[in-house]
Design a protein around this ligand. Structure first.
Ligand code: ADP
Length: 484
C-alpha cells in the first residue's frame, strides 16, 4: 500500500495521544483490504488504561485550547483543512484500501470530510453569545457559549474520514478537546487525519486517536470517565441505545447519528430519468452502505414498470470491482456479514412473492463482492421494510396514492433521510411536511453538505451535525445575571 502513496508517512499505524505516537499495550490488530482479503496493516491496539490516559491528556490540553481566540483556532484548522486537500489522493487511496469504496468516492469523501474542518474553523470566529433585556430595571442578562470540555467519539467504517471530521470540526472550533475511537475496520484513515493534525499545529492533546479492537471496552471508558463531558456516536441504533444507557449514569451529553430506513418515493409526475439518476446516487453510493441510502423505493403505479426498467438498465451497466481500479462504480462490501444480510433480505423477499429482476447473487469476483440487485413486488411485510439492508439491494414497492405512500414511508422507528421526486408544487410542500424525517431530498438523491444540519428524528438519533447549528452540540450556554 505504501508504494501507492505520494507521502508514505501518512500510513501510520500507531495511536496519537497527547501529541505522541504510541504503541498499543495490547499489541496490534489487523486491518484487511475488503476487496482482496489481505492484511494491509497492523494497528496499535490500545488498552482501556491507555484510553483513560488519552482522556487525561485531552482534559489537560482543553483549557489552554479553549483560551485561544476563535481566530487562532480557525487558523490552525484552516491549515489542517489545506493539508487534507493537498493529500486528498493519498488519503483516498488509504481509505479505498481499508474500506473498499471506489477511489473517486474516497476522494470525494476526503473533500467532504475536510469541508467540516474548514466550515467550523470559520464558525469559531462567529460563535458568540447573547444579551437579553433584563427582567427587572436593575438586571442585565448575558448568555455565554462555552465549550463542553472533552468530547469522545465512536465512529463506523462506512465513512472513515468524514464521520470523524463532522464531529471533530465543531468540537475543536468550540474549544473542546477530542478523543476519537475509529472503527477497527478503518483506523488508518483516522490515524492519517491525526498525522495531518500534528503537521497543522493542532496543539498536543487537543485531537487524539485511540484505535482498539474492543469497542465496548473503549465505549465504557468514555461513558464512565468523569473527564469526558460529551459522547458523540455514529453507528447502529442498537449500539446507540447501549451507549445512551451507559452515558446516563453520569448524565453525559450525547449526540447520536443512528440507523435509517430511507424511503425514496417516485410520484407519477416525476422526471423519471432524473429519479433514476437520483436513485443510483442515493441507493448505490458506497455500495448501499450509508445511513442515508434509499432502503425502500416507492414508485407510483402509473410509472412503476417504466421506472423499474430504466433502473434495471442503468444498474446493470455499473461496474463492480476493486475500488483502486479505474472506472469501478461498486466496490466490495465491508465483510461477509454484510453479504449475509443482503442475502437474507433477498431470500425473505423471494419467499414472500418478490421478484429479483437483476443480480440477487454473489458477484463472480467472489470474496466480498455482491451483484447489485433489484427486487420488484416489494411489500411492507418484507424484512427490508423495517430493517436497513446496508447493501446493494433496491426493493421497488408499488403505491397508488399520496396518503398511502406517506403512511408507508413513515411506518418505521427510523427518521433520518427521505427522498421524493415530484413536480407539482403543492404536492412537494405537502409531502415534505408530512415525512417524519430529519432530512428530505426533493428531486435529488444527494443531501450531504457541511452547510446544512444533518440528523435524524425518532430512533435515528439526537443532535445535528453540520451548519451553524452543529456547534450547539459542543457548547454549553451559561446565563449570567448581573444586577447593576
Ligand atoms: P456499524 O454496523 O455501522 O458498524 P455499529 O453500531 O455496529 O454500526 O458500530 C459502530 C461503531 O460502534 C463501531 O466502531 C463499533 O465498533 C462500535 N461499537 C459496537 N458495539 C459497541 C459497544 N457496545 N460500545 C461502544 N461501541 C461499540
Amino acid at each position: 500500500l505504501s508504494e501507492l502513496l505520494n507521502d508514505p508517512s501518512l500510513l501510520e499505524t500507531r495511536a496519537y495521544v497527547g501529541g505522541q505516537w504510541v504503541e498499543g499495550d495490547k499489541g496490534t490488530f489487523d486491518v484487511t483490504n475488503p476487496a482482496r482479503g489481505d492484511v494491509i496493516a497492523q494497528v496499535a491496539d490500545l488498552s482501556r488504561a491507555q484510553v483513560a490516559d488519552a482522556i487525561d491528556q485531552a482534559y489537560e490540553a482543553q483549557k489552554e485550547w479553549a483560551s485561544w481566540t476563535g481566530k487562532e483556532r480557525a487558523q490552525v484548522m484552516r491549515k489542517w483543512f489545506d493539508l487534507m486537500m493537498a493529500n486528498q489522493n493519498d488519503l483516498g487511496i488509504i481509505m479505498t484500501a481499508e474500506q473498499g469504496k471506489p477511489l473517486t468516492e474516497s476522494k470525494g469523501e476526503i473533500g467532504y470530510g475536510a469541508s467540516f474542518i474548514e466550515f467550523f474553523g470559520e464558525e469559531a470566529k462567529r460563535s458568540g453569545g447573547e444579551l437579553i433585556p433584563g427582567h427587572q430595571r436593575d438586571k442585565r442578562i448575558m448568555v455565554m457559549k462555552q465549550p463542553i470540555g472533552v468530547a469522545a467519539s465512536i465512529t463506523p467504517w462506512n465513512f472513515p474520514n468524514a464521520m470523524i471530521t463532522r464531529k471533530a470540526g465543531p468540537a475543536l472550533a468550540a474549544g473542546c478537546a477530542f478523543v476519537a475511537r475509529p472503527a477497527k475496520e478503518t483506523p488508518l484513515s483516522a490515524i492519517a487525519i491525526a498525522v495531518l493534525a500534528e503537521r497543522a499545529g493542532i496543539p498536543a492533546g487537543v485531537f487524539n486517536v485511540v484505535p482498539s479492537s474492543s469497542a465496548s471496552e473503549t465505549g465504557k471508558e468514555f461513558c464512565e470517565n468523569h473527564k469526558v463531558r460529551k459522547l458523540t456516536f455514529t453507528g447502529s441504533t442498537e449500539v446507540g441505545r447501549i451507549l445512551l444507557k451507559q452515558a446516563a449514569d453520569q448524565v453525559m451529553k450525547c449526540s447520536m447519528e443512528l440507523g435509517g430506513n430511507a424511503p425514496f418515493i417516485v410520484f407519477d409526475d416525476a422526471d423519471l430519468d432524473a429519479a433514476v439518476e437520483g436513485a443510483i446516487a442515493c441507493k448505490f453510493r458506497n455500495n448501499g452502505q450509508t445511513c442515508v441510502c434509499a432502503n425502500r423505493l416507492y414508485v407510483q403505479a402509473g410509472v412503476y414498470d417504466a421506472f423499474a426498467e430504466k433502473l434495471r438498465a442503468r444498474v446493470a451497466a455499473m461496474k463492480v470491482g476493486d475500488g483502486l481500479e479505474d472506472g469501478v462504480d461498486l466496490g466490495p462490501l465491508i465483510n461477509r456479514e454484510a453479504i449475509d444480510k443482503v442475502q437474507e433480505h433477498i431470500a425473505d423477499a423471494k419467499a414472500k412473492g418478490g421478484e429479483v429482476i437483476l443480480g440477487g447473487e454473489e458477484h463472480e469476483m467472489g470474496g466480498n463482492f455482491f451483484g447489485p440487485t433489484i427486487v420488484t413486488g416489494a411489500t411492507q411485510e418484507m424484512d427490508f421494510a423495517t430493517d436497513e439492508t446496508f447493501g446493494p439491494l433496491a426493493p421497488l414497492f408499488k403505491f397508488e396514492d399520496e396518503d398511502d405512500v406517506i403512511r408507508m414511508a413513515n411506518d418505521t422507528i427510523f427518521g433520518l433521510a427521505s427522498y421524493f421526486y415530484a413536480k407539482d408544487m403543492s404536492r412537494v410542500w405537502k409531502v415534505a411536511e408530512a415525512l417524519e424525517y430529519g432530512i428530505v431530498g426533493v428531486n435529488t438523491g444527494i443531501i450531504s453538505t457541511e452547510v446544512a444540519p444533518f440528523g435524524g428524528v425518532k430512533q435515528s438519533g439526537l443532535g445535528r451535525e453540520g451548519s451553524t447549528h452543529g456547534m450547539d452540540d459542543y457548547q454549553e450556554m451559561k446565563y449570567v445575571c448581573l444586577s447593576v
